[in-house]
Write a protein that binds this ligand. Structure first.
Ligand SMILES: CC(C)(COP(=O)(O)OP(=O)(O)OC[C@H]1O[C@@H](n2cnc3c(N)ncnc32)[C@H](O)[C@@H]1OP(=O)(O)O)[C@@H](O)C(=O)NCCC(=O)NCCS
Length: 189
């Protein structure tokens, strides 16, 4: 195992071409894709995404997208991403888990782990995450990992998903917020 990061229950490992089938299977669940796409992502598109991810490891070492496995069994649970954002010091967080992994706090655990990694090991100044406004589960993860709502914005899509009219939301945690969460002021006496 060559994990870049472990948390209590998760191991994050670099994606390889041998993950194409399992990533295709993940995107074939309509519930997983409900706020992402109407159709499953074709295997060919996943294969091309994997090539992009491999190139990203070279271009921005320490950032990108990783598979998340059960730390004990090695079972595939989904993926997490921490990517370079649009200016220096900005990172973006993403996650997608197979449905059998939902409802166990794994997304929040992995998100917290990646936020700690982004600030402590990668020197980021702020981390943001985006989702459809109507994606309540994802918004709960953002709040659970200490992010706060920043804004709602609207994008144009050719074939918008139900709920698009309510827009996309962006959440953020800054380094200062992360630090204050980690080191609450000590009370003497
Ligand atoms: C978004 C997504 C990752 C959230 O998964 P999740 O399992 O709901 O999120 P968490 O891991 O934080 O788990 C929270 C749930 O686990 C429960 N839970 C159980 N044990 C827990 C524990 N030890 N710690 C925390 N929560 C726990 C919580 O009560 C909560 O349940 P609830 O949703 O019924 O209220 C998942 O729905 C998903 O992959 N969706 C598809 C992709 C997607 O939409 N991605 C994001 C935007 S593009």
């Amino acid at each position: 195992m060559n994990a870049i990061l472990t948390t209590g229950r998760l191991s994050f490992e670099p994606i390889t071409r041998s993950d194409i089938d399992i990533l295709t299977e993940l995107d074939s669940d309509p519930e997983v894709m409900r706020f992402i796409d109407r159709l499953p992502t074709p295997r060919k598109a996943i294969a091309s995404q994997v090539e992009g991810i491999l190139a990203e490891y070279e271009r921005t070492p320490g950032f990108g997208q990783w598979v998340a496995r059960n730390r004990d069994s090695g079972d595939f649970l989904g993926w997490f991403a921490l990517r370079i954002g649009d200016e220096p010091g900005h990172g973006t967080l993403g996650y997608r888990l197979r449905r059998t992994a939902w409802g166990r706090g794994l997304a929040s655990e992995g998100g917290r782990g990646l936020i700690d990694y982004g600030f402590a090991d990668r020197g980021l100044d702020r981390i943001t995450a985006d989702t459809m406004s109507v994606n309540e589960r994802s918004r709960r993860v953002m709040a659970a990992v200490g992010m706060r709502y920043l804004r709602t914005y609207h994008e144009q899509f050719d074939d918008p998903l139900p709920g698009t009219e309510l827009g996309e939301v962006e959440y953020q945690i800054t380094r200062a917020e992360w630090q204050s969460r980690r080191s609450p002021s000590t009370t003497l006496g």
